[in-house]
Design a binder for this molecule. Structure first.
Ligand code: 9UX
Length: 72
């Protein structure tokens, strides 16, 4: 069973950033769906909570060179 979380993502300045984040996150086991909103600076992620928690997903985004934290 999957869960959904919202992450803040800072530092995205073009659509290519959005694609990079979506494509790279989708490579990780436990990530089921990613939708990044450039203007809002947010990412919506569906994930398997047995494999990952939201703070780990924020870390993955940080590893790509963006500031990220769990929203709410
Ligand atoms: Mo766009 Mo993002 O030229 O790191 S890919 S700014």
């Amino acid at each position: 069973k999957s869960e959904k979380c919202i992450l803040k993502v800072e530092g995205m300045t073009c659509a290519s950033c959005v694609n990079t984040i979506e494509k790279n996150l989708m490579k990780h086991t436990g990530i089921e769906y990613v939708l990044v909103a450039l203007m809002a600076g947010k990412a919506e992620v569906k994930y398997n909570p047995v494999v990952l928690d939201p703070s780990q997903i924020a870390e993955m985004i940080e590893d790509m060179g963006f500031e990220s934290s769990v929203d709410e």
